[in-house]
Write a protein that binds this ligand. Structure first.
Ligand SMILES: Nc1nc2c(c(=O)[nH]1)N[C@H]1C(S)=C(S)[C@@H](COP(=O)(O)OP(=O)(O)OC[C@H]3O[C@@H](n4cnc5c(=O)[nH]c(N)nc54)[C@H](O)[C@@H]3O)O[C@H]1N2
Ligand SMILES: Nc1nc2c(c(=O)[nH]1)N[C@H]1C(S)=C(S)[C@@H](COP(=O)(O)OP(=O)(O)OC[C@H]3O[C@@H](n4cnc5c(=O)[nH]c(N)nc54)[C@H](O)[C@@H]3O)O[C@H]1N2
Ligand code: SF4
Ligand SMILES: [Mo]
Length: 716
């Protein structure tokens, strides 16, 4: 093992810098070699006690993003058609934005300023700590984010059960003997709402001790390594309902725990009584006996958990489905237990700031809920296009590519193009921000200091690390929180009419973090506990430190926020969902479209990197029997139609997908300022997503992206 230099280097200083990756939730330790002020190589940090040298190709390839010649490195102002920009100074951009906002506010006092926070900013501790506060100071009142494409139903289920929208339970992988994975592909995604960089080894160890069962409509990379249950897309609620029913009926429920720590168990028992094994088997495409075996085996192993992720967060019944996932863990006695289903033990506990995080009936258009303060993306185009009080006329877009990642297709693009002001903070010109009036160049994560804040509550082995920027910002790039503060200051100057007024006290996110850390359970209590942690202390251990010896130490029950301290196992609004579910007839004639992620892609934004895209080709996966029925051949180009839209795709025939479904990855169909990405094959699959408010899941406003009824036709 090569020992890496552990002395702290200044940003841009030649040598080997120790840092960590912020592309996905694994937060792998990285080394970054800097020569002549430039990063020339990125590799694994083998001394990192949390990832122990694990990285994936995206971490290494981040080098090519940082040094990409297509990066936006200077403020840009649009001067014509979408995508036509001129370079301006920071002063011109910020003054121009502040002036336009003043003008819009004066001429349209009823309008609203919108914001969209994309996925990468969830990985910036500065943005997590200050982003929303500063957006509010700018005047943003309607916030959107990637969460309605990602995790809304998970948050709502947690809110209903435990009273916390933001705290999510996780499987205690380290001690688990039986793990069911539902709608997640951790060998490719590297874990989500679950931070465990060496998850492959965790799963292998569980399989060696017991079982890992993967429930997925595709034989994924994870499913192929473990046991695979091939379920029809968007039908998991039937499987889970039937498992719960059986566990109650077979007297396998942990009655003692249920009596002591939950309420409404009778209502839950009653609700699942209608899920017979036979009906569930028919709906899911599984043998009733297989469902029975799975339920009994799961309930009988004390150290077991069922874990689910994004694949059950984009369907038509996704809140009910997510709710049932937790119920299975709770009813069968896995909640809060070693090797079971537990809350994380973040010393900072991100929960406190957004205790509720669920506001039904919030959107002006469609009456859909706000989840963790964000409105559903499916309403975005209409919030912009529909006149009236609260119509969005100006918008800030931070690190998101909604035109490809959200439903809406061309209509969303047109809506963005119709705004009086669209400002984007990004380092690429994308399919979304080519419609912006200003693009403000932002730093990549290697150009800013950070801590892995997002992961703290979801770490199987609690861990903390501080990194400085590896290199200073390229060109004129700035971190988002500074850009926001420049806009806040310019607006304040303009409102006060005093051009020389610049008294704004700039907020420093790391100072805010340090205060929280020092006051926390593991902190130095501002000197009173000298061996406790502080930012200075973290800086002295560059590879990071395991907290609590890497154990999940916190008792889960005190984390329940309902005033009675109990887990609430039923809610009236879920009864409406049940009714809707049972009323739905089986529509077996259509194909159901669902998605996949690939190791060499991260959503839409690393497709300009040659070493990642050269071996990738997005294809439409179809089962051989479905292809034979349509007289279709492998490799032919086809049309996928749904909801009055159509896109073209290349067919790949494979037994990996269940019959009656087709599969295509999202984040393709590039037409931005990224030249290599524009040259890739592939289409924007979200153009096919339903846009009607009635079609999305009402309890969480989750975009309907997995299980969309489509038809596949010959190209004429
Ligand atoms: N390489 C790579 N890693 C990533 C990302 C990436 O783009 N590329 N994205 C990151 C992000 S933003 C996220 S949110 C996480 C997501 O992390 P994961 O949820 O682990 O990743 P997905 O690939 O979305 O897994 C969803 C799985 O659900 C399955 N699925 C779809 N519909 C259904 C259904 O109805 N029922 C069931 N049971 N399964 C279904 C899909 O086949 C897929 O295997 O990954 C993160 N990591
Ligand atoms: N059909 C379908 N659609 C999906 C999904 C799916 O599985 N199927 N997955 C959904 C999920 S889970 C997610 S999270 C969303 C993602 O949705 P989005 O967050 O809207 O899109 P991304 O593709 O992640 O785009 C991120 C943008 O941020 C920029 N960026 C990267 N790093 C930074 C940074 O540090 N600062 C700034 N300012 N900009 C940065 C990139 O250049 C890019 O333009 O996609 C969702 N859409
Ligand atoms: S697994 Fe995720 S965090 Fe680790 S190197 Fe790859 S992209 Fe980065
Ligand atoms: Mo995501």
């Amino acid at each position: 093992m090569v020992d890496v230099q552990s002395a702290r280097l200044k940003p841009g200083e030649d040598g080997t810098h120790i840092t960590f990756c912020r592309i996905c939730e694994a937060f792998c330790g990285l080394t970054a070699e800097v020569e002549a002020g430039k990063i020339i190589r990125i590799g694994p940090d083998r001394q990192n006690p949390h990832s122990h040298g694990h990285i994936c190709i995206k971490g290494t390839a981040m080098l090519d993003v940082v040094n990409d010649e297509d990066r936006v490195l200077h403020p840009l102002r649009r001067i014509g058609d979408p995508g036509v920009f001129e370079r301006v100074s920071w002063e011109q951009a910020i003054e121009g934005i502040a002036q336009t906002l003043e003008h819009i506010e004066a001429s349209q006092p009823d309008m609203a300023i919108g914001g969209y926070i994309g996925n990468p900013l969830a990985f910036s501790s500065a943005h997590l700590l200050l982003g929303r506060l500063l957006l509010k100071k700018i005047g943003v009142t309607k916030l959107f984010s990637a969460t309605s494409q990602d995790s809304n139903p998970r948050h709502v289920a947690s809110y209903l059960l435990y009273g916390w929208g933001v705290r999510l339970a996780l499987p205690d992988l380290k001690y688990c003997n039986f793990l069911i994975i539902l709608g997640a592909n951790p060998l490719v995604s590297h874990g989500s709402v679950l931070t465990a960089p060496r998850i492959r080894e965790d799963l292998q160890a569980i399989a060696a001790r017991g079982r890992v069962v993967v429930v997925d409509p595709r034989a994924t990379e994870t499913a192929k390594k473990f046991e695979h249950v091939a379920i029809a897309p968007d039908k998991d609620v039937w499987l889970l309902g039937a498992m719960l029913n059986l566990i109650f009926n077979e007297k396998l429920a942990d009655e003692e725990f249920l009596a002591a720590s939950t309420c409404d168990v009778a209502a839950l028992r009653n609700a699942v009584a209608g899920f017979s094994l036979e009906r569930a088997g028919l709906e899911c495409g599984l043998e009733p006996e297989a469902i029975r075996e799975l339920a009994i085996a799961f309930a009988s192993e004390p150290r077991a958990a069922i874990y689910s992720r994004a694949g059950i967060c984009r369907g038509r019944f996704s809140t009910l489905t997510n709710f049932f996932v937790d119920c299975l863990n709770i009813v069968s006695g896995k909640f809060g237990r070693k090797g079971g289903w537990r809350f994380g033990s973040s010393p900072l506990d991100g929960g406190s700031r957004m205790a509720g995080g669920y506001e039904p009936g919030s959107s002006r258009i469609g009456g859909l809920p706000a989840v963790l303060g964000c409105l559903p993306s499916v309403t975005l185009a209409d919030e912009i296009l529909t006149p009236g009080d609260g119509q969005i006329r100006a918008m800030l877009l931070a690190g998101g590519n909604a035109a490809l990642s959200a439903p809406g297709g061309d209509r969303l693009a047109q809506a963005l193009n119709s705004l009086d002001l669209l400002v984007s903070l990004d380092f690429y010109m994308t399919e979304t921000n080519k419609f912006a009036h200003y693009i403000l160049p932002s730093t990549t994560f290697l150009e800013r200091e950070d801590v892995p804040l997002l992961g703290l509550n979801q770490m199987v082995r609690p861990f903390m690390q501080y990194t400085d920027a590896v290199v200073p910002p390229a060109g004129e790039a700035k971190p988002e929180y500074l850009i926001y503060q420049l806009i806040v200051a310019a607006r304040a100057r303009m409102k006060s009419g005093n051009a020389s007024q610049n008294k704004l006290v700039y907020l420093d996110p790391m100072m805010a973090f340090d205060e929280k850390l020092r006051a926390s359970r593991v902190g130095d209590k501002f000197g009173k506990k000298p061996d406790g942690l502080s930012l200075e202390g973290l800086k002295a251990s560059p590879h990071g430190e395991l907290l609590d010896d890497g154990e999940l130490t916190q008792d889960s029950l005190p984390k329940i926020a309902h005033s009675d301290g109990k887990i609430h196992l039923w809610h009236p609004q879920l009864s409406d969902e049940l009714e809707r579910l049972f009323a739905e007839g089986q529509k077996s004639t259509v194909l159901r479209l669902f998605g996949r992620r690939e190791l060499k892609s991260i959503n839409s934004w690393m497709h300009n990197v040659e070493r990642l895209v050269r071996s990738q080709r997005p294809t439409l996966l179809m089962h051989p029997d479905d292809a034979a029925e349509r007289n279709m051949d492998d490799g032919q180009n086809v049309i996928i139609t749904a909801n009055g839209e159509q896109v073209e795709a290349t067919l790949e025939i494979t037994v990996d997908v269940v019959r009656g479904s087709v599969n295509y990855p999202h984040g393709w169909g590039h037409a931005g300022g990224w030249k290599r990405a524009n040259g890739t094959d592939g289409t924007n699959i979200n153009a096919l997503a339903p846009r009607g408010f009635a079609e999305v899941e009402q309890l969480s406003g989750a975009s309907f992206l997995d299980g969309i009824p489509v038809e596949v036709l010959h190209l004429r």
